[in-house]
Write a protein that binds this ligand. Structure first.
Ligand code: PRX
Length: 572
């Protein structure tokens, strides 16, 4: 099997990783608790651990955030970030915020997003993040389910919130970041910040207290609120060191939006807890803009996703026009990193792209090809010390090496989710015979490396985003011409998968280009950009079980010309 032994541009990190086999045998999470003074009398606060720790040290004047907008740039030191988030925590406290209140942020990647995220955590409230691309439906699902009491947004995005606000009885306070004259029931963020004190008595939380939440998709039902605890910082910290290999003098760029867990755990918390300088680019994907960011900020460690690398690969040799010589380590997450991209990375950046694997629910990296380990292109790597991963059969028994099965973990690591918001039954579904089941299919080679095979369920992975078919189908059937819809992921060279919708029309409607474009417009307003179907097919019926459930696996098999499999439970 091919392996690439890194020509070490990477400084072999933590001694724990010099000998992986030894570390994975001996490491215990307790060791990570002991290495930094996370706890004060058994309590901690994830924001203080990430940022305030450095604001009170020699790093106070070190840049924590290099922010680059389309035509503006700003930088914030650890001390500034700490002070600003203290100010926002005071603003929230003045409005009567209580521990455990849900505070959601609906903003593009502007500095206020980062400041308010930290400020919320400091009060002991639960911070929720949302992509700026969400339409009213996506917003409603999250704000309603979470019972959010606060929302932080801007003058443009708030228009979408007002479309559903009457149906959100818990939403009391709306902060607007770019207006001074606001409506009666709104609060001007800049006005409120003006007079707020820079000192704040940060809430001391129990390790198991909730800190932040993100909604993610499953096969059925609406998106689920995955709640993470303050203790997660311990794993985010050590994995940032071990896997992303961040060191004092690194300039680090994570391309993920904080609406996605990567943008939270490794766009803010992990790297800041290591005292690293983080670059945020609030702009659209464009190869020149991206390479320009690396050149301008002299990025040394870069964390992105396979779809982005594939898009860069398509841009040919654009990388040759930029000085990318500061790059030292590149990591990828979110979808399979095919060997082809790793080889392209060797050509374009003269180093392999390192894959790693985890999920919204696990809050931190689980399996990785990390710096001290040879990269096997196409393979995800090995479990980090402290994580036990296994491939199991339907009964939870381990299967032999090189055999496909369910990827399972023992759920005893610090960044494991605390709960599914208001849905203990859903939470319980993840666990079986002592295992946490990831919902992914994989296999393990006898050398210990894991290979990702696919999802065990109908969840679609498109451009690294998880999309639940049910959400898309629900949006489709709201269109008056559609009575039924079945949605699948269809393999795609660029995006990994694209969303394809099979729709059954109501009596009196006939398929046409006009109707298709009307349906496209309709769903675009209801779903975030990544979740709307790129392909449509009008069909007369959908395959269903006798109990009436759409059998998406049959739609997929038909689409791909694969065997249809067991049809004994299907409707005639
Ligand atoms: O199917 C796996 C895929 O992405 C899912 C998790 O998606 P999400 O909760 O959005 O978390 C993203 C944060 C990492 C997984 O269940 N996935 C993630 N990483 C990889 C991957 N598939 C293949 N290779 C990976 N490295």
């Amino acid at each position: 099997m091919e392996t690439i032994i890194e020509k070490s541009r990477t400084i072999v990190p933590d001694p724990i990783l010099r000998d992986y086999d030894d570390a994975s045998r001996t490491f215990q999470w307790k060791d990570a608790y002991d290495r930094i003074e996370w706890f004060d009398d058994g309590r901690l606060n994830i924001a203080a651990s990430a940022v305030d720790r450095h604001a009170g040290s020699w790093r106070k004047n070190k840049v924590a955030l290099y922010w680059q907008g389309n035509d503006r740039a700003r930088k914030y030191t650890f001390l500034e970030l700490s002070n600003l988030s203290n100010q926002f925590a005071n603003v929230l406290t003045d409005t009567g915020i209580e521990k455990g209140d849900r505070v959601f942020i609906f903003l593009p990647r502007v500095p206020e997003l980062y400041v308010s995220f930290l400020g919320i955590l400091k009060t002991g409230a639960i911070a929720g993040t949302m992509f700026a691309a969400f339409g009213p439906e996506g917003l409603y699902d999250r704000l309603h389910d979470s019972g959010a009491r606060y929302l932080i947004t801007d003058s443009e995005l708030k228009k979408r919130v007002y479309e559903i606000k009457d149906d959100l009885p818990d939403l009391e306070h709306i902060f607007v970041i770019d207006e001074i004259d606001v409506a009666d029931d709104e609060i001007s963020y800049p006005e409120a910040m003006k007079t707020a004190s820079r000192t704040f008595d940060v809430a001391k939380m129990r390790p198991e207290d909730p800190a932040f939440m993100l909604y993610t998709s499953g096969t059925t039902g609406k998106p689920k609120g995955v709640v993470h605890k303050h203790l997660a910082i311990v794993q985010q910290h050590v994995t940032t060191e071990w896997v992303l290999d961040l060191h004092e003098d690194d300039i680090y760029w994570c391309t993920a939006d904080p609406g996605w867990v990567t943008g939270v755990s490794y766009g803010m918390l992990g790297p800041w807890s290591c005292g690293s300088s983080v670059v945020v680019y609030d702009g659209r994907f464009d190869p020149d803009a991206w390479y320009g960011i690396i050149e301008r900020y002299q990025v040394s460690v870069w964390y992105s996703a396979p779809t982005a690398f594939r898009m860069l690969m398509r841009a040919g040799e654009a990388y040759k026009n930029y000085d990318l010589s500061t790059l030292r380590h590149i990591c990828s997450v979110g979808e399979p990193l095919n060997a082809e991209i790793v080889h392209w990375g060797m050509k374009a950046f003269e180093m392999p792209i390192h894959d790693n694997y985890w999920q919204t629910e696990t809050g931190g990296i689980l399996i990785a090809n990390y710096p001290s380990m040879p990269v096997k292109p196409g393979w995800m790597g090995k479990p980090i010390p402290g994580i036990s991963a296994a491939i199991v059969d339907g009964d939870g028994n381990r299967v032999p090496y090189n055999t496909e099965g369910d990827l399972a973990l023992t759920p005893d690591f610090p960044s494991m989710m605390l709960a599914i918001w208001k849905n203990p039954a859903k939470y319980a579904e993840y666990f079986k015979k002592g295992w946490y089941l990831t919902g992914d299919r994989a296999l393990q080679h006898e050398d210990g490396y894991f290979l990702f095979i696919g999802r065990a369920d109908d969840v679609i992975l498109t451009a690294g985003e998880r999309v639940g078919p049910f959400e898309v189908e629900s949006a489709l059937i709201e269109h008056p011409a559609i009575v039924e819809a079945g949605v699948i992921g269809k393999p795609d060279q660029l995006r990994g998968e694209i969303i394809k919708a099979f729709v059954v029309l109501a009596p009196g409607y006939e398929p046409s280009d006009d109707l298709e474009s009307d349906i496209r417009k309709f769903v675009k307003t209801r779903l975030a950009g990544h979740a709307y179907p790129r392909e449509f097919e009008f069909v007369k019926t959908l395959p269903k079980t006798r109990s009436g459930k759409i059998v998406r696996r049959m739609l997929r098999a038909k689409e791909l010309g694969l065997p249809i499999g067991d049809i004994s439970t299907l409707e005639e």
